[in-house]
Design a binder for this molecule. Sequence first.
Ligand code: NAD
Length: 306
Amino acid sequence: MRGQFVRALRDLMHGRGFDPAGKVVVVTGGAGGIGSALADRLARAGASIAVVDRDAPRARAVVAGLPVRAGARHHAFVADLTDPAQVSEVADDVGSTYEVVDVLVNNAAMTSAERFATRSMASIEEELTVNLTSPLFVTRAVIPLLRRAPDPRIITTVSLAALMPQAETPVYCASKFGLRGAMMSIALDLAPGIAVSSVLPSATDTRMLRQEAIDGGNALQFQTPPQTPADVVDAVFSLLDRPRLEAYPKPREARLVRAATVFPNLLPALMVFFQGKGERGQREYLDDLLERGHVVRVDGRLELAP
Ligand SMILES: NC(=O)c1ccc[n+]([C@@H]2O[C@H](COP(=O)([O-])OP(=O)(O)OC[C@H]3O[C@@H](n4cnc5c(N)ncnc54)[C@H](O)[C@@H]3O)[C@@H](O)[C@H]2O)c1
């Protein structure tokens, strides 16, 4: 028991180091903004990447663009991770392709800016399933493959929305609050054999955020301009190097959010200080997206460029 305590403290303070060369990394949502940036950086460092995504054309395009270092093998696995049968099938396919998984990155998710009061029950259930149930299905299915690796890791892309309520996206918040608790619990359960970590990004410039901004989603998250996927990838690499329960790509913002939620009853009053600045930030972001061609105007409406 004392050995386990000392090892946990040593890992926390000094890290274990992580060399991606020769490792097998599964990235769910690997066709998306953060997932593809992570896949690219890991592949550059010599890892083999299994991109798992329901978007077949994008998943295959990401895999085709990954650099291949000595002996690395990248593959696209197309699956809807809300379906347990497809999750088991992908785990079997990954197992027969690679035999082992060194790192599982649970990263696939969705968000919707549909207002809660008018949303269909089916769309509420779908978002919870994609964001909360599916990463649990995937984690459960991949554990046997991780246990074949010498120093296995699980990293989950959660969100600062796991710490802070967001009026416009309550279902997303529910899923990420739940996912954070689940991953912390799984971390304690699987220690010390598998190191389980979460990264909690705030607004990040990907198709998910661009669509949310077009649809008038959460404005509070635009206090400062969105970070890039590369910023989130840096935080994931820091977790690989020094496994711990959580990392925040923007630590100052995370501290502010945690401070604001110490007294939740004050939140409705505190929100007024941030709402106006957030709304201005969201408008500036949309202008910037138009300028960069990521968003186009069609018949007077804004749409994501293909
Ligand atoms: N972009 C942000 O501002 C932001 C902020 C905090 C956290 N996050 C989190 O980061 C992660 C990555 O998001 P992103 O911003 O790169 O978004 P993205 O939309 O670019 O990528 C998400 C990917 O998940 C895939 N996916 C969705 N549902 C799936 C399903 N049922 N089965 C298989 N694949 C599915 C999509 O096809 C897409 O390729 C998500 O977990 C998201 O919640 C994003």
